[in-house]
Design a protein around this ligand. Structure first.
Ligand code: SF4
Length: 294
């Protein structure tokens, strides 16, 4: 049985950057707080917590004073920076530069157009990155989690649309098409009324075609990801569509030997929030059960 790790699996650039900054700050020996989980991966959070990082909920953050806090790759809305200023918190800025750039574009458009142009955000409700984007318009953006939400749009007013960076490119395209049809049904030019910003991250979008190829080359796919990772759920969906023999695991303890009976090629891959060491640990465990099946 051949076990292969997909070479593009592992942390994206934004998460790598946030973890590096946190590790650097922890070297001082001080407690470093992080607002929310630094990455949607329980094993990596646990590793950093052992080094002295403390994960805070939003309520705990409101009461924290005179400390150092990491703003993770997803970014935060302006009110979080305002609280930090009031409570004398030193920010360790780890917002991914790509997310920061989108936040700036959402803000610039809103400041320029005000209520005359609707600001639409395609993303997951309550996701930190989405809250950070909506926060740029003082909460006035319209959140579209799926096509079912397009009734929230005023089709007599133009709109600008931005996507959360980790959404599926295909679903974004479908949504745009539906919105434009909505404008056209009212006699407007759909392209003129809806200005589209291509804000899906290349690190995620490029993984889809590569992952599809990888999944088609193996008899069984083991996808490693934290259960709360949106990107993990989305990429696992990509794997499942190509290979019906795909399994989602959080760590090596969830591996079942029975999955590998009669199998000769195993592909191991993960989300952009899955650490490479965890993927390797899973692959090693599969490698160790190999002798019982051949
Ligand atoms: S997925 Fe892309 S935008 Fe999001 S944190 Fe990673 S590199 Fe940044």
């Amino acid at each position: 049985m051949k076990v292969e790790i997909e070479q593009y699996s592992g942390f994206c650039f934004g998460v790598q950057n946030a973890i590096k900054k946190t590790e650097e700050a922890l070297k001082s020996g001080e407690t470093i707080y992080c607002l929310g989980h630094i990455v949607h991966n329980e094993a990596e959070v646990e590793r950093l917590e052992k080094l002295g990082m403390v994960t805070l909920s939003s309520d705990e953050f409101q009461n924290l004073k005179d400390s150092k806090v990491v703003i993770r790759a997803h970014g935060e809305p302006p009110e979080i920076y305002e609280t930090a200023r009031r409570n004398n918190l030193e920010i360790i800025e780890a917002t991914c530069p790509i997310v920061r750039n989108i936040q700036n574009r959402v803000k610039q458009n809103f400041d320029k157009n005000g209520a005359a142009v609707q600001s639409l955000i395609f993303g997951k409700k309550e996701h930190a990155e989405v809250k950070g984007l909506i926060g740029q318009t003082a909460g006035r953006s319209v959140l579209l989690s799926s096509q079912e939400d397009i009734h929230k749009i005023d089709f007599d007013k133009p709109a600008e649309i931005f996507s959360q960076t980790t959404r599926s490119r295909e679903k974004y395209r479908e949504l745009i098409r539906k919105i434009r049809e909505g404008y056209e049904a009212k006699g407007y030019d759909g392209k003129e009324m809806l200005r589209v910003h291509n804000t899906i991250c290349g690190q995620v979008a490029n993984r889809e075609p590569r992952l599809k190829k990888f999944c088609s080359e193996h008899e069984i796919i083991i996808f490693v990801s934290g259960k709360s990772s949106s990107n993990g759920k989305m990429l696992y969906g990509v794997c499942e569509n190509v290979n019906k023999n795909a399994y989602f695991v959080s760590d090596s303890s969830e591996i079942k030997e029975s999955w590998f009976e009669g199998i000769s090629t195993v592909g191991v891959c993960g989300a952009t929030s899955t650490p490479k060491w965890l993927i390797k640990e899973v692959a090693d465990k599969i490698d160790r059960i190999k002798p019982q099946n051949i």
